[in-house]
Design a binder for this molecule. Structure first.
Ligand SMILES: C[C@H](N)C(=O)N[C@H](CCC(=O)O)C(=O)O
Ligand SMILES: [Mg+2]
Length: 364
């Protein structure tokens, strides 16, 4: 199976409600979609959102990287050379992790299709039934409580509250949502780098003292502030998760060795795709470290690829934040994994199982 063409398209899907974090507010999910076509008539799909505030990637940078750097390395190459291809894509340029992820997802999709097996089985198997949390955007207290209630009614048992806008107000937000859903849903927080280390310790301790039980707190401080994150981890009981602080395996080793955080959030758009995500899970496993598999605000192409990785890397991957299909008004991807509120089912079709993508605007 040889790659004979690389096509690109844009895919835009409206959200049910705006997605608001300490870093940004967005109303749409918008991906660059890559399609690797083979001489056998197969298509491998991959995607890349433009999460410039986290990865530095824009739609323009993704398109340019794929067209000028990766495409010449992919054309006329055999899909069976997967490891060599992913090594070459990774070595071809630094950073640009979302563009690399898009290409890797498509390559793994094709590789699994070439063996007529679903991707998670090629990655080592596992359980095809997964459960995700759902994100509640940072907002007015009443809106967050209403969104949390609505999520619980939809059957979500884990809610990820976005905070990090104003730590005093965040405490009120968290307490209000906690008392509204107590006993019905577990809360995890994501501050998206919005807090400072000392104030974070005071805030988390005050929540602990008030009996507010939190599963974990994701990326409380700036991505580069590993010492700040360690300062917090050493002083609170609630587990701390590193997200924006870690992209690839080297950063993960640093976080684990220095005990900067208790848990790691693996996202394909940070790792540059599946090959490094697998390495991270294996490194974490060596140290008996827990991982979550998360996603950016991206379409179900990448979310499904992440779900296949999560299935294959359980139990090191013990938590999922793969909620974007549940945040969108509809899913334009036909075939592949099915999303029904908190439940994700990986079906047995080869690769990612994508049949077609509705509303895809092909790029010239
Ligand atoms: C969508 C997912 N639940 C999530 O919250 N991801 C964010 C980053 C999303 C973005 O800004 O695109 C995270 O974990 O920080
Ligand atoms: Mg996060």
């Amino acid at each position: 199976m040889k790659i004979v063409d690389v096509k690109l398209g844009m895919l835009k899907v409206p959200l049910i409600t705006p997605f608001k974090t300490a870093l940004r507010t967005v109303e749409y999910v918008e991906d660059v979609v890559v399609m690797l076509e083979t001489d056998t008539g197969h298509i491998g799909y991959g995607n890349a959102p433009a999460t410039a505030v986290i990865t530095g990637d824009t739609h323009g940078s993704v398109i340019e990287a794929i067209r000028t750097v990766f495409t010449p390395r992919l054309l006329n190459r055999s899909v069976s050379d997967l490891n060599r291809l992913t090594r070459e894509v990774n070595a071809a340029m630094i950073n640009n992790t979302s563009a690399k992820a898009a290409v890797e997802i498509a390559l793994y999709d094709l590789f699994a299709q070439s063996y007529n097996a679903p991707l998670y089985r090629i990655l080592g198997g596992g359980d095809n039934s997964l459960t995700t949390d759902i994100t509640v955007s940072v907002d007015y207290i009443d809106k967050m409580v209403a969104d949390a209630e609505n999520a619980v009614e939809r059957g979500f048992e884990i809610l990820k509250l976005k905070v990090g806008k104003d730590i005093g107000l965040d405490i009120e937000r968290i307490k209000a949502v906690y008392s509204a859903v107590k006993g019905r849903a577990l809360l995890r927080l994501d501050a998206n780098q919005g807090w400072r280390p000392k104030e974070a310790v005071l805030a988390i301790r005050s929540l602990e003292d008030a009996g507010v039980m939190l599963e974990l707190i994701e990326q409380p401080v700036k991505a580069a502030d590993l010492e700040g994150m360690r300062y917090i981890s050493e002083r609170v009981k609630t587990p701390i998760m590193a997200d924006e602080s870690i992209f690839g395996p080297l950063e993960v080793m640093e976080v684990i060795r220095r005990r900067v955080a208790d848990i790691i959030n693996i996202k394909l758009m940070k790792t540059g795709g599946i090959s490094s995500a697998l390495k991270i899970a294996d490194i974490a496993g060596l140290y008996d470290f827990e991982c979550m598999v998360g996603c950016m605000l991206e379409t179900s192409i990448g979310v499904s690829a992440a779900a296949h990785v999560a299935a294959a890397k359980s139990p090191v991957v013990s938590k999922l934040d793969l909620d974007v299909p549940s945040l969108c008004q509809y899913d334009p991807v036909v075939g592949g994994a099915t999303y029904k509120d908190a439940d994700i089912i990986l079906n047995e079709t080869p690769g990612l199982g994508i049949e077609k993508i509705e509303g895809l605007q092909l790029l010239k």
